[in-house]
Ligand binder design. Structure first.
Ligand code: ATP
Length: 230
């Protein structure tokens, strides 16, 4: 089981401080990273996955400082990520997309079918990826991330495009993934998903960490209500 820690992370874009001295620990389980628009969630994901160097602070994976490692190195260490904007290969089939991800890790192509079953999109296996519904394309991103057998899984808005029943099935899948010892972190606007399935929630507002705690603690927090109401 892996523990990810962000320590004193600050990201500045000129005059804008997108992430302001954030320290938090992601333990095994399902973790929600929430906050109003512009709170710094995606920027913090960029820092954790290695796409952006912080202006200050560190990222630690199991006590190892990985701040200077690039995205590919982190991915090889087991940090996988999906994006808000879809990143699948549109001209390949759904099945081929997963095979490419498996082969990049020298894992057998025969696992692709199993992964598609697992995320619930086996019916689209032979369809060209850019023709499937958005919800299925997001699940394909998840299957591609799982193909790398990650220890930390960062999911950016994974439930958009899913209906209520699909979102609940997705929540159950998140629980299974965490039961396997993976740390799952989601940036998510669907509060039913966050409050229903996360073990721990971190709330960002204007780049700062407002509160960390269980869904009940976060729900009851006055500062969180104010941040969301305006
Ligand atoms: N590349 C960039 N250059 C300049 N400013 C940026 C850049 N990326 C983000 N920002 C700013 O940093 C702040 C945090 O943005 P970020 O996208 O991380 O927030 P977010 O919480 O993910 O928002 P949303 O929920 O809308 O996706 C915002 O004020 C945004 O305008």
């Amino acid at each position: 089981m892996s523990t990810l820690r962000v320590e004193g992370v600050t990201v500045r874009f000129g005059e804008v401080t997108a992430v302001n001295d954030v320290t938090l620990t992601v333990k095994p389980g399902v973790t929600g990273l929430i906050g109003p628009n512009g709170a710094g969630k995606t920027t913090l994901f960029d820092v954790i996955s290695g796409l952006r160097r912080p202006s200050a602070g560190q990222v630690l994976l199991d006590e190892e400082d990985i701040t200077s490692k690039g995205p590919h190195q982190r991915s090889r260490m087991g940090v996988a990520r999906t994006f808000q904007r879809l990143e699948v290969f549109g001209s390949l089939t759904v099945w081929e997309n997963v095979v490419v991800a498996l082969e990049s890790r020298r894992r057998p192509a025969k696992l692709a079918r199993e992964l598609l079953d697992r995320v619930g999109i086996a019916e689209f296996a032979d369809n060209q990826a850019d023709t499937v519904p958005t919800g299925a394309a997001r699940l394909l991103e998840l299957a591609r991330a799982l193909a790398t057998d990650p220890v930390v899984l960062l999911l950016d808005e994974p439930s958009s495009g899913l209906d209520r029943a699909e979102t609940d099935a997705f929540g159950e899948l998140l629980r299974q993934l965490s039961a396997e010892g993976r740390s799952v972190v989601l940036v998510e606007h669907d509060m039913d998903l966050v409050m229903g399935y996360c073990d721990q929630v971190h709330v960002l507002n204007l780049g700062r960490l407002l509160v960390s705690g269980t869904p009940d603690v976060v729900r009851a927090d006055e500062g969180v209500r104010e941040a969301y109401l305006g």
